[in-house]
Ligand binder design. Structure first.
Ligand code: AMP
Length: 281
């Protein structure tokens, strides 16, 4: 596995591969890798000749009061895992190489970004779209795999690719969970033992309302309240949002009468976790 540290070297290498007719697959990550990331690498591996993964904790997608400095980093372990998964090129740039001090062009999605995590995290998706566009230009992928764990992000990237005619096929990777149902996340490392137990309330509250929907309950206010009550029964669990939205448009609904993305963000102590599931009506 080759490690590439500069954007220039990455782009030259990718353009060479492209000219040689190689099919390039990309899995962008912020590192601190877990099975969720590795599952995306395995998916990409199946459909490409050259697998590129990137590790970059992108500063532009973090708000001023978020965990950029504290975000878990362990490059040696990540390098080992990437090698094991058959990654051919690992792109690991420094922040100052990716953004010049006077950078002034951004990619801003204007519709899907406004609700859910976008409502809470101003500028977050602008940072995500911009870095993903840059990574696409630097690595020239034919396909790129993104996880359903970040359902809103995935749909925004699909929209960016559609609206800007970006020649990259976006592949959706299912959420990988711990055995007890907690969605894998680099941020799970922040949780204390008690918080780790409490964190199960995300998946369990989803299970709770999915059962109700299967039994015919269609009122979103009723379902949302049931989730909120379930979560806030726990000490130290605070709901950021619970949203029921059309799975494609991400527009809020009042009745579950279409394929519905149920998405939530909950603070467990100081750690903000997200989860989601899709109900097929
Ligand atoms: P991150 O390192 O958190 O930026 O995530 C990099 C990619 O991995 C994104 O496409 C995420 O959606 C995806 N991802 C993160 N956690 C999971 C998970 N538990 N299951 C599947 N994909 C995931």
């Amino acid at each position: 596995m080759e490690i590439i540290r500069t954007p220039e070297a990455m782009q030259l290498r990718a353009l060479d591969l492209k000219r040689a007719g190689r099919v390039i697959g990309l899995v962008p990550t912020m590192g601190s890798l877990h099975e969720g990331h590795l599952s995306l690498m395995r998916m990409a591996r199946k459909s490409c000749d050259v697998l590129i993964s990137s590790i970059f904790v992108n500063p532009t997608q973090f708000g001023p009061n978020e965990d950029l400095a504290a975000y878990p980093r362990d490059f040696e372990r990540d390098e080992f895992l990437c090698k094991k998964e058959g990654v051919d090129l690992l792109f690991y740039p420094e922040s100052k190489m990716m953004y010049l001090p006077d950078a002034s062009v951004w990619v801003d999605e204007g519709r899907l970004s406004s609700g859910l995590c976008g409502a809470e995290r101003a500028g977050h998706f602008r940072g995500v779209c911009t870095v993903v566009a840059k990574l696409f230009n630097l690595t020239q992928p034919d396909l790129a795999v993104f996880g359903e764990k970040d359902a809103q992000q995935l749909r925004i990237i699909e929209r960016m690719v559609r609206d800007l005619n970006v020649p990259v096929k976006i592949v959706r990777g299912p959420i990988v969970r711990e055995r007890d149902g907690l969605a894998m996340s680099s941020r799970n490392k922040y949780l204390s033992e008690q918080e780790r137990k409490n964190a199960l309330c995300l998946r369990r509250s989803l299970d709770h309302v999915f059962e109700q929907m299967e039994q015919g309950e269609r009122s979103v206010p009723v379902l949302r309240e049931a989730m909120r009550t379930f979560i806030e029964a726990l000490d130290g669990a605070e709901v950021d949002y619970i949203e029921f939205v059309n799975e494609q448009s991400l527009l809020p609904i009042e009745q579950v009468n279409c394929n519905t993305l149920v998405a939530l963000a909950v603070k467990i102590g100081r750690t903000r976790l997200i989860d989601n599931d899709i109900f097929y009506a």
